[in-house]
Design a protein around this ligand. Sequence first.
Ligand code: SF4
Length: 316
Amino acid sequence: MQKPKNENFRYLYGPVPSRRLGLSLGIDIIPQKRCTFDCLYCQVGRTPKKTIKRFDYVNIGTLKAELAAIAKKDYKINFVTISGSGEPTLHNSLDRIIKAVKIVMGKKTPICVITNGSLLYRRDVREELMSASVVMPSLDGATSKTFEKINAPYKSLDYFRIIDGLVRFRQEFPGKIWLEIMLMEGINDSVSEAHAFNELIDKINPDRVYVNLPIRPAARRIRIPNDEVIAAFMNVLGKRAKLVRNDITDIIACTADDYRDKITQYLKRRPASISDLLKVFNISENDLTVLLDKMEQAGVIIRKRSQQKEYFSYND
Ligand code: SF4
């Protein structure tokens, strides 16, 4: 196992609080931004070149060293979450990453993989995920038309094949499947789309269904449906679906020694408002505001407005 030179980790970020996962240590295994999709709501930006080719992106020795450094700290981590600044199943032999986490953090460590589900039609991808505890695939379109519009998939990816992959994965996977739907005004928020989602949910049979709202700045201009529309949509899905208005909880989780680095790492993965950052970092509002101003002047971050709120994003 190699020794990490410092705490500027290459793969790890957090731990960060998440409503669904509790305190989650993130592993970013895909460089920005390799993805099979180019979603309207993506927080990482547009996908320059969509792909379905899988590669080994992660150096397992470095990852293990970073995990060992985190394991020494007294964090009460609820989940190790494998995601990416792109689609994590584009990483070859994903099972090697899961195995590395279990070796260093303990074999009972709950591991969650967040995926767009586009490659689950492949047997090798499904098999590599078998030892995860939770897999969170997204499904934003209940018809091939809305799927194409929202997710803009790589040309050879067929909607029905993706649905079939999700159904097969359910039949084979012993862990939990938490399906995520991003709800967008005028795109997939109609009652008829909700009924179509219901049929798909019956078929896929996930353990949970989360309906998310595009609160943060996204690659394209999209809007949150109004409360009435959301209520009608949720009413059709019924009790099995849960609305997530914001995935930041009020857990104050991180004590960062170097706020500038940690905040930069955090903002590389997702835009955040001042109130989001205050919930994650143990820093006063005054110090945070001064720091964000300095980072903005240095061109490290930029301000953006979304849904009448101000967010900070990494300036890449
Ligand atoms: S939201 Fe996820 S699946 Fe969609 S383009 Fe961004 S990284 Fe890819």
